[in-house]
Design a binder for this molecule. Sequence first.
Ligand code: G4P
Length: 532
Amino acid sequence: MALTIEQELLKAVSKRRNFAIISHPDAGKTTLTEKLLLYGGAIHEAGAVKARGEQRKVTSDWMEMEKQRGISITSTVLQFAYSNYQINLLDTPGHQDFSEDTYRTLAAADNAVMLIDAAKGLEPQTRKLFEVCKLRSLPIFTFVNKMDRPGREPLELLDEIEQELGLKTFAVNYPVGMGDYFKGVYSRRQKAYHLFDRVAHGKGEVPEIVIPHGDSTIENYLDGDLYEQTLEELELLEEVASDFDLEAIHAGKMTPVFFGSAMTNFGVRLFLDAFLEYALPPTPRNSTLGELEPTYPDFSGFVFKLQANMDARHRDRVAFVRVCTGKFEKDMSVNHARTGKTIRLSRPQKLFAQGRESIEEAYPGDVIGLNNPGMFAIGDTIYLGKKIEYDKIPSFSPELFAYLKNPNPSKFKQFQKGVQELQEEGAVQIMYSKDDFIRDPILAAVGQLQFEVVQHRLLNEYNVDSRLEPMPYGAARWVVDGWEALEKVGRLFNTMVVKDAFDRPVLLFKNDWNINQVKADHPDLRLSAIAL
Ligand code: G4P
């Protein structure tokens, strides 16, 4: 008997899990991604995603700038099947200058994996990205990596997460030893030790030995001291730690913690198995029709990222759409909420690392790539049936500001077009001075490289020169109650008033001290580091 559309959607949704990884550079995101793909059978030998040495220069980059610098600017979506599930890993750029992309990718994710280097604990980029996850109450899974190297005490790391992020922790597994003595983990779910054999650079899956708690054969594998110490720590953990609470995990209030070593594959499978059991399936999304369940029968989704020139041979622009409801089918004609136009989605793509393959259908939780040049801006909704618009994707306070000058007045039109398109694409935030006589756009970025990308692309894609004039500001705050509220407070000191791309008032400050001063002088003026 054929399934109804609701039944079909329910089945697809129950089998889908989607997540993004948040971490500080060098914690091992590329390595973990590779190992997840290895266990998911999407690649057969680790090293396929991150080509090493010479090969890396040849294969990994799509844009000239990336080649020159050996960094990865773009994010892609990796879909793989594992243990009866379809997993969508929303990859994010490794370089922190492009964290605006990561913020937006988190808007499309249903779960986050927080990757921590065992020797370093929480690092600045991880904390920043955690705040974005918290805003959306995303369930957060913690993977403490590099246990094969000397690191900090596991209990101390758990405590740091609890104290500094205000998240309860539940260690799903606990390490046996560390550094050269790292032997594996104790699974608190299975009440068993998983001991591993080391494999050089973890190219293949690692063999493991499973020994139930209380089985004396453990003594053949662990020396007495290490075993005793592990038992003691586990006892202590049982005493002080919170009980497992799946509801709290789903609400983003408790994080399941896993210890392992992505490089040697220790703990990767245990992590994947538990993740699939605890992670949220594609979640309902807020829209102008209220919260829409993924099983809502009409297709809808939103654009969370635009990317130009993925394929150097075609000057194209791919819109990444997170499917939220209904079923997507190739060649479908959909409505575009912002413009009211109808668009035929004729070349949809599934994205896997650098390769692209065409897709026939997609379900909620999936991400599709659309090639409709110029049609889309970040946050756009596409839909069938009743008109829907999803909540805007928030912008976060930029930290660098500069006037972008056009030294060539005859090229005014191309300059404007380039700036406008790069803003819609989300390459950078654009603001303007409140005074109409200063027409130069203000580029507002999280990292210096964003400026360079904008200038590089203006030159290469729009054939216009530009000049940057840095501004002495380090933070922006949106005025929550709009222009009227701002007028009421009168003159403000040590701040510049600008407007964003949507004509909303924004204040630029040199530093936090200036922000606090304005807040103290004008307690009624509501300021926000996030524009919703
Ligand atoms: P990123 O994407 O988060 O920036 O990190 P990436 O995976 O590139 O890893 C950063 C470095 O940490 C790499 O070393 C990588 O091999 C190492 N690494 C990742 N996971 C582990 C682990 O579990 N244990 C240990 N000991 N090291 C790990 P590299 O020297 O920078 O590069 P490579 O020559 O190994 O590629």
